[in-house]
Every structure is written in structure tokens, then in C-alpha cells.
Design a protein around this ligand. Structure first.
Ligand code: ATP
Ligand code: MG
Length: 602
């Protein structure tokens, strides 16, 4: 895949949904209370200045990955495109150990992608930017109130069956469920029991609150789903206030409603939960707790990328067992890892857009991310020469041509071949230079046009040289190549074309090149679907996913700042490592983002 410039942007059915809603004025009557809240709170506010509201709702229990990037791109860009806002909502309704580290990393990743929720434009007040960052645990009071309302309305009951009984009585795809013996308790009895649950009088798992819908529903999610459970556990935000916690299926629609979300976008696994989502919001609206119109849920196929794992549990295993150096190891599909590897926000957004927003799942080739990176970076990345596997070359007639072995001949090259405004790079050519080991062959294979005894090549931006031979050590390893320089052939001078050559090689001068550590990354997994069919994904780890080269780079890279990206000519795209590269300490560390073309596995 050398270029995908013609790749059409696939359709996005959500655009049609939104445009249709805007045309029909579906959400025109909504008010916004200035913060999340119940129906009365919003009714007291002004007409909602946001034409639509979307949200990105990560659970702060891990680092965001490439799949989340798609969801972020989708929600934030749709909001931006249609004059809406997108909320960042930390979905922290689980009292599991939440980590500030995850909250911080999520904020940082979103900011890096260029969607700064902290500074969302407030369309009501041009020039004023207001934050839209929320925590679902702030809604526990309302969720409890909603549960009490359902009980009072005869729409929920406390079930004291054991988890096993509940599972058996739920039935399956072919068998309708059986009503619980506790299903017909009166609202008063249920209220009393629920109050005991809340007061901590019952152990974990002894009873749950269930919505009372239909145990014979063809949709198993409608067979009286559990909505509150007992968990004697402290929560990072609410501490010991609660020992009952809402189930995800109950909490999520309420979070959306309190935030006045219009289009709640999620992945296809949640399709079967949509009837409950609608049921719950309709009941709470009837009960006066919320105002119509309610949010609507839309599902799209999650992003699956070949050679990549996105399960948070498995990513954590890679980190904890030391298969990678951390969450931001440049081989990790986390946004922290992709950033450190050198991928740009533009490339991730282009990749997300091209992967399409559809109803049917599929796999996206990792190569498409590299293609997006090349396309967006090639037009802007400064060029540099680097020798990754250095072999010394000595120009035998240097003194004859330039009068002194110590002479350094000035050379120039454009910073970017198509952006003259970026100016020129300067470096020197001398008697001894570094070339790539692979650019010399003692006995050349057919079609090899670079260095071999008797052949002429151009040193890019320098002179034409003719190879005269090579030296070897005791093991037969080439230690040095010898050549003669053809005077008058310097690039950019009238004589440059006087000698025709078939090969051009890159090089750096031993006198002014800088040492650098260059990390050459390959895919972390050799298999397209590392965890397919229940396989232990660790068996698919690529033992060659990292190779560290001790390279020499041209002197202009002395000013490279961390996260500066370059095209190393003939080698691909590289970034100065954001953790280890330091300019002042002269510790140059570059990561290869990707090669110049898709060559993996070839
Ligand atoms: P995991 O199951 O590994 O814990 P998750 O999907 O549960 O991941 P969340 O933090 O709940 O992680 O995800 C936040 C949002 O990102 C959700 O709206 C979810 O739908 C979306 N998302 C997660 N993975 C993908 C993916 N591969 N493609 C598209 N959207 C995704
Ligand atoms: Mg989740």
C-alpha cells in the first residue's frame, strides 16, 4: 500500500441520523440547566445552546487505546461539526479501585488528540469556553431516587433469590423465564427491603433490586434486569456513603439523561440493551423525574485492528508481566504508546474516519494507520540523513582533490523537497564517512546498483564516488569500504550531471555526525488476531518487535526537540522519543514510527 490518497471516506450513518433530527427539530425544545440535573433543573434553564450533545464515557480503570480513539473522534467531531458539545464523562459507578493515574492519562490523551473538553466552546456565549467534564458517581443520589420511584410505581422489586436461582429462572433464548417468588411483593414491602439494603443490613449478593418488566420477553435483557446490587465497598468519590451501587444498564441511560445527551453512541454489544434504555427513560419521564425528549442510543461496530489487542485486561497483563516497558511503550496500542511511537493526532483521526462508522463489524488493517501517518506527515516532515547500520567508507583521493585530509567540504540539502520556505540543511563531507552496511556488496546480486568494486554511485547531496575495494577482519566481516571521489561532480553544481550513475546512497560524515539511539519497532504480535479462538495471546508475541540501532545522524538533528518528527531519507518516519531524548544532554533517541512504504511481512 504505497498510497491511499484516493481512498474514499466511508459513510457515517450517524450523520444522517443527526441531520434528520436537526431538520425535524427533535431536540429543539430542550433546555439546559447549566449543569447536569433532573427534569426540573433543566426546565428552569435557558433553551439548550448546544444543538446536539454527545459524550465519551470511559471507565477510569485503564489507559485509553486505539479503539477509544475512534469513539473520541466520533463523538467530539460530530458535536463540533453540528454545533453541539461533547461531554467527557468518567463512568465511575463501580466501586472498584479507581486510579487517579487513569483519570489523568485519559484527560491527557483527549487533550493530545485535540479535543479539549475543558475548553468546549459554549455556543450561548461566543468567546466563552466552559468545561464539560463530569463524573457519573455524582449522580448516585438521583439514581437512588429513580430506583425508589420505580418501586413506588410498582415497576421494581427486591429479589432474594440466590444468583443461581436467578440465572436458572431467567430462561434462555428458547425458554421464557419464570417469575421470581418475590415478584409480587407490595411497593411498601419493597421500599422497606430496599431501605435495609441501603442501610447495610444485608451482605453482598443476598438480594438485588430488579426492574419489573416481562420474564417472557424474547429479549433476555428485558426479563426483569437487575438495577441495584449490594457492594460493601468504599468508592473513590463517595467514600462509604453507599453500600448499594447501580448496575451499568441502569446507570448509563440515567447519566445520559441528566446530561441532556441527545445522541448516545456506543458499540454494537449494547444493541440488545437499547429496549431497556428506552423503557427506563420513558418510565422516569412519565414519573416527572426527567423531561422529554429523552436521549437515544445508537450503536456502531467497534474498531478491531489487525495485530493489535485492545482488551484492557490483556494490555495490563503485558505491562505487569514486563512484556513491554509500560503503558506508553511505543509498541502498545494505548494512546500513550501510539503518541510516544510518533503517531500524530491527525493520522489517528484520519485512520478512525477511514475505518468507517457502520453497523457491521470487521477488521481494519494496521497498515491503514501507517498509510494515514505517511500521508499526513510526508508533506510536512523535515528530512535528515541517518545511517542506522554504519560501515566506514574512506575516500582514498581526498587529499589529492582537496589538498588536505582534514578538509571538510560544505554540503547543502533542502529541509523539505517541496517546502522551500523551510530552508536548507548544512553539513559536511570528509575523507571518512558512514554508509549503510547494506549499501555495499562484494559480489553484487543482479540489479544491485549501489557500492561494489568498480561501480560508481552518488553520495546524496555530495559527489559521485567510485568503489575501489573493501577491507575485512579475521572473520571475513567487511570493516571498511574504499572509494575514489570524482572531482567536479558535487550536487547542485554544473558538473553534477557529467557522470551518470544508477545508484544514490545516503551517508553522514564521521567528522560531524552525531551518535543516536534509534529504536526500530515491528508489530508486537505476529498473528493478525492474537487472541482469536481463545488462544493465549502471549504465544503470538513477536520476539523481534524491538531492535535498537546505534546510529549516526546528520548534525542538524542536534536541535531536535522531544516529539519532533522527521523523515530519515530512505528509512522512514522517526520521532524524538518524548521520554528519553534530550537535547541538552546530547542523548539523541529516535523511534521509528513506520517505514516509507508498507513492507511488513514482505
Ligand atoms: P474494555 O472492555 O477493554 O474495558 P471498554 O470498551 O469497556 O474497554 P470503556 O472505558 O467503557 O472501555 O470505553 C469508553 C468508550 O469507548 C465506550 O463508549 C466504548 O463504546 C468505546 N470503545 C471502547 N473500545 C472501542 C472500540 N474498539 N471501538 C470503538 N469504540 C470503543
Ligand atoms: Mg466498558
Amino acid at each position: 500500500m504505497s498510497s491511499t490518497k484516493e481512498t474514499p471516506v466511508p459513510g457515517n450513518f450517524l450523520r444522517h441520523v443527526i441531520e434528520n433530527d436537526l431538520a425535524q427539530g427533535t431536540y429543539q425544545s430542550r433546555h439546559w440547566g447549566g449543569s447536569p440535573g433532573d427534569g426540573a433543573h433543566h426546565a428552569a434553564g435557558a433553551p439548550d445552546p448546544a444543538r446536539i450533545r454527545t459524550r465519551f464515557p470511559p471507565e477510569p480503570n485503564g489507559y485509553l487505546h486505539i479503539g477509544h480513539a475512534k469513539s473520541i473522534w466520533l463523538n467530539f467531531s460530530l458535536a463540533r461539526e453540528y454545533g453541539g458539545v461533547c461531554h467527557l464523562r468518567f463512568d465511575d459507578t463501580n466501586p472498584e479501585k479507581e486510579d487517579q493515574e487513569y483519570v489523568d492519562s485519559i484527560r491527557e490523551a483527549i487533550r493530545w488528540l485535540g479535543y479539549d473538553h475543558h475548553l468546549a466552546d459554549d455556543p450561548a456565549r461566543p468567546g466563552i469556553r466552559q468545561p464539560h467534564e463530569y463524573f457519573a458517581s455524582d449522580y448516585f443520589d438521583f439514581m437512588h431516587r429513580a430506583a425508589v420511584y420505580l418501586i413506588e410505581a410498582g415497576l421494581a422489586y427486591v429479589d432474594e433469590q440466590t444468583p443461581d436461582e436467578m440465572r436458572i429462572n431467567r430462561g434462555d433464548f428458547n425458554t421464557p423465564g419464570k417469575n421470581s417468588p418475590w415478584r409480587e411483593r407490595s411497593p411498601a414491602q419493597n421500599l422497606a427491603r430496599f431501605a435495609e439494603m441501603r442501610a447495610g443490613q444485608h451482605p453482598d449478593g443476598s438480594m438485588v433490586l430488579r426492574a419489573k418488566i416481562d420474564m417472557a420477553s424474547p429479549n433476555i435483557n428485558m426479563r426483569d434486569p437487575a438495577i441495584y446490587r449490594i457492594r460493601h465497598a468504599a468508592h473513590h468519590n463517595t467514600g462509604d456513603k453507599w453500600c448499594i451501587y447501580p448496575m451499568y444498564t441502569f446507570a448509563h441511560p440515567i447519566e445520559d439523561a441528566l446530561e441532556q445527551i441527545t445522541h448516545s453512541i456506543c458499540t454494537l454489544e449494547f444493541e440488545d440493551q437499547r429496549p431497556f434504555y428506552d423503557w427506563l427513560l420513558a418510565r422516569l419521564t412519565e414519573g416527572g423525574l426527567l423531561k422529554a425528549p429523552p436521549p437515544r442510543q445508537y450503536e456502531f461496530a467497534r474498531l478491531n485492528v489487525s495485530h493489535v489487542i485492545t482488551s484492557k485486561r490483556k494490555l495490563r497483563q503485558l505491562v505487569e508481566e514486563g512484556h513491554v516497558s509500560g503503558w506508553d511503550d511505543p509498541r502498545m496500542p494505548t494512546l500513550a504508546g501510539l503518541r510516544r511511537r510518533g503517531y500524530t493526532p491527525e493520522s489517528l483521526k484520519l485512520f478512525a474516519e477511514r475505518s468507517g462508522v457502520t453497523k457491521s463489524g470487521g477488521w481494519t488493517d494496521y497498515a491503514a494507520l501507517d498509510a494515514a501517518l505517511r500521508e499526513t506527515l510526508d508533506p510536512v516532515a523535515p528530512r535528515a540523513m541517518a545511517v542506522l547500520e554504519p560501515l566506514r567508507l574512506v575516500i582514498e583521493n581526498w587529499e589529492e582533490v582537496f589538498g588536505s585530509a582534514a578538509h571538510q567540504q560544505a554540503c547543502q540539502a533542502p529541509v523539505h523537497p517541496h517546502l522551500p520556505a523551510l530552508g536548507q540543511r548544512s553539513f559536511t563531507l570528509g575523507k571518512e564517512i558512514w554508509i549503510e552496511r547494506s549499501d555495499f556488496e562484494e559480489t553484487p546480486p543482479k540489479g544491485f546498483f549501489r557500492l561494489f568494486p568498480g561501480n560508481k554511485v552518488r553520495l546524496k547531496y555530495g559527489y559521485v564516488i567510485e568503489c575501489t575495494g573493501a577491507e575485512k577482519d579475521a572473520t571475513g566481516q567487511i570493516t571498511c569500504v574504499r572509494a575514489r571521489l570524482l572531482p567536479g561532480t558535487q550536487s547542485g553544481t554544473p558538473g553534477a550531471d557529467s557522470v551518470k550513475v544508477k545508484g544514490v546512497i545516503t551517508w553522514v560524515n564521521t567528522a560531524d555526525a552525531l551518535p543516536a539511539q534509534v529504536r526500530l519497532y515491528d508489530r508486537l504480535f505476529t498473528e493478525e488476531q492474537p487472541d482469536a479462538g481463545g488462544r493465549d495471546f502471549l504465544t503470538a508475541l513477536n520476539p523481534q518487535s524491538l531492535r535498537v540501532a546505534r546510529a549516526w545522524v546528520e548534525p542538524t538533528l542536534a536541535k531536535a526537540q522531544a516529539e519532533d518528527r522527521y523523515q530519515f531519507e530512505r528509512h522512514g518516519f522517526f520521532v524524538a522519543d518524548r521520554r528519553e531524548h534530550t537535547v541538552s544532554g546530547r542523548n539523541l533517541v529516535f523511534n521509528r514510527i513506520t517505514g516509507l512504504r508498507d513492507s511488513w511481512g514482505k
